[in-house]
Design a protein around this ligand. Structure first.
Ligand code: PNS
Length: 157
């Protein structure tokens, strides 16, 4: 049994995130999209909504489940069978942000991080840009899964 754990804030999940999750499906028995909870950070979507939007966006993927966690990632991983962290990389900037965390997670709990190259079509897509475009009334539908676009459109009505 192998488990991919794809952690993140997912406020909201984007097409770039979904691309990485889809790449995991055939390579791991079980894929967990893990929404990490930071109580001091208020996002656009609350945690329940983030989880629901990921569930709706990954409903076509049979071995994907969504979970949430408040605390150290390595403590969540202790409860999972043969876990590997999986992160997407859009650019060298992502690598610079991710590599200290990967190193730290290895030191803390001997957990490996697998980096998957994102799709170049999503290289410029981020949750923060999506939120800014949505707040200012722009069209975010090319950058997010359909359930996220619908939720944002409904909130704007
Ligand atoms: O989507 P993000 O916000 O870039 O994801 C960053 C995240 C959530 C993966 C990172 O902040 C994290 O791992 N948070 C959980 C707390 C933790 O374990 N921190 C130590 C990391 S070495």
């Amino acid at each position: 049994m192998t488990t991919a754990v794809c952690p993140g804030s997912f406020d909201p999940i984007t097409s770039g995130h979904l691309f990485v999750v889809e790449r995991c499906v055939d390579r791991f028995d079980d894929v967990v999209v893990l929404v990490t909870v930071n109580p001091s950070k208020r996002g656009m979507f609350d945690i329940d909504d983030r989880v629901a939007l990921i569930e709706a966006s990954t409903a076509h993927l049979p071995n994907v489940r969504v979970d949430r966690w408040e605390g150290l990632l390595v403590d969540y991983l202790r409860g999972q069978p043969a876990p590997t962290l999986v992160k997407g990389l859009r650019s060298v900037v992502d690598f610079q942000y991710e590599s200290p965390m990967a190193q730290m997670n290895r030191e803390l709990a001997d957990v490996e991080t697998l980096f998957l190259l994102g799709d170049p079509r999503h290289a410029h897509v981020s949750s923060s840009l999506v939120k800014e475009i949505a707040r200012l009334g722009g069209d975010i539908s090319p950058y997010v899964p359909a359930p996220v676009a619908s939720a944002i459109a409904a909130a704007a009505r």
